[in-house]
Ligand binder design. Structure first.
Ligand SMILES: [Zn+2]
Length: 183
């Protein structure tokens, strides 16, 4: 999916979770910040992240873009590292409200990105470089080998457009309800 779709989906899920769990506002704000960056972080390997002049310029400094798209950045290894980092945080003595929530939001959002990508045609090779995939020289990408072929969506296709709009509607409703809850 495109960067803006990943961001919309993450904020829809996180705002819903914040709402039902009665999360306090000062913990929720860093959670949203982390979630925002986690939503597109996996695509720093050259996906749709470089969508403006500024991000393209900054992208030249980013070594991750030389990693083939949807390989190491799109694995459970990274998610596991983030979870580990999250659980290490209190021992470092970090500020519970700030750092921990940024990492929590980032981690959940990162995992959501991979789940969404998994349902696209290319799929996600969860355990790269192990597992079943084949190299596609035309797109310079690694495509997952699948048993079932009925649940694909096409990146930037109609489904994605409607999905993104639905997420934005959910975000608007959730934030309205959060506003009532918090103020
Ligand atoms: Zn991706």
């Amino acid at each position: 999916m495109l960067k803006k779709s990943h961001i919309a989906f993450s904020h829809a899920v996180i705002s819903g979770s914040v709402l039902v769990s009665n999360y306090p506002i000062k913990a929720a704000l860093p959670l949203f910040v982390g979630a925002h960056f986690g939503a597109f972080a996996p695509d720093l390997d050259g996906g749709d992240t470089y969508d403006s002049e500024l991000t393209r310029l900054l992208g030249k400094l980013n070594f991750l873009q030389y990693i083939p798209h949807r390989t190491y950045t799109h694995t459970l290894w990274i998610v596991a590292l983030l979870v580990l980092l999250f659980y290490q945080m209190p021992q470092i003595g970090a500020n519970d409200y700030l750092i921990r929530n940024v990492i929590l939001g980032f981690t959940v959002s990162y995992a959501l990105h991979l789940i969404l990508d998994n349902f696209s045609k290319q799929g996600v090779n969860w355990f790269f470089p192990f597992g079943n995939y084949r190299y596609n020289p035309k797109f310079k990408s690694y495509q997952k080998k699948r048993k079932y072929h009925w649940y694909y969506y096409r990146v930037n296709g109609n489904f994605e457009l409607w999905f993104r709009q639905l997420c934005r509607l959910v975000i608007a409703i959730n934030f309205y309800l959060l506003y009532l809850q918090w103020f």
